[in-house]
Structures are given as C-alpha cells and as structure tokens.
Design a protein around this ligand. Structure first.
Ligand code: ZN
Length: 138
C-alpha cells in the first residue's frame, strides 16, 4: 500500500471566506501516483472547516447568512470563550461546517458526485492556516 501526505497553506485576508481547493487536492492526488484508495482532507485549525458541496455563489452567500444567524460574530461579549479572543463564533461555525472530508479515489480520480467540490471554510482569517491531505491506496 502507498501512502502520501501534504500540507496546503492558506492565508485569507478577511475574517470569513470559502475557497474551492479541489484543484490543489487533485494536484496532490496526481503527485501521489495512487490510483485506487481513500483521500482524507482536514482543516488543522479549530476555527476552519473542510467540506464538500456545490461551487455556487448564491449557496455560499446563504451559508454566510445562515451561519451568522446561528452564531453571530457580534456582540463578541455574548460568548464566554471571548476573553482574550474574539473568535467564539468561528469555533461554532467550524463545528457546523465540519472538520474533514473523505473521498474515494478511483482510477486516479476523485470519485465525486455530479456537483461535488472540496472547500476550505475560513471563519477566523487574516493569518496563515493549514489543511492536511492524506492519501492511502495502491
Ligand atoms: Zn478561540
């Protein structure tokens, strides 16, 4: 069995953003030479997510509105976590959007459903953060 891993770095200029990282993940898969197996992709920070959904700007706007309703950034004083930090909402948003995805690898390709794409979801940006890609298989 072959094994491969790589860390991808992101630095988002704003507090929150969704980035389609499918091209970078596909590059990792090509680099690995693995044809059949499993690919894990996870955020390495507790205020960021990796998730799979549609690359559609209306949906991304809807996520933003929905997550802000569930866990509004302000007032920051409303959260017990916000003593030295102001990112309690980011921890909660990350919990809802998930930590990682696992995708089957078939014949050297990500075995996606029709509209599936992999996204990095940043909820407390303006600093460098990492995503891990781990691939195992033959
Ligand atoms: Zn925090």
């Amino acid at each position: 069995m072959k094994s491969y891993h790589k860390e991808l770095w992101f630095e988002v200029k704003t507090r929150r953003e969704f980035i389609n990282i499918t091209p970078q993940v596909e590059e990792c898969l090509a680099e690995s030479g693995i044809q059949n197996g499993l690919l894990l992709c996870n955020a390495m920070h507790i205020t960021a997510s990796v998730f799979i959904n549609d690359d559609e700007s209306g949906l991304h706007h809807d996520y933003e509105v929905w997550l802000e309703k569930l866990a509004p950034h302000e007032p920051v004083g409303a959260y017990r976590h916000n003593g030295y930090e102001d990112n309690a909402d980011a921890h909660l948003k990350r919990q809802v959007m998930g930590r990682e995805v696992v995708v089957a690898v078939t014949d050297g390709k990500l075995h996606f459903g029709t509209w599936e794409q992999i996204f990095y979801g940043e909820f407390d940006g303006r600093r460098k953060k990492r995503v891990l890609v781990k691939i195992i298989g033959e």
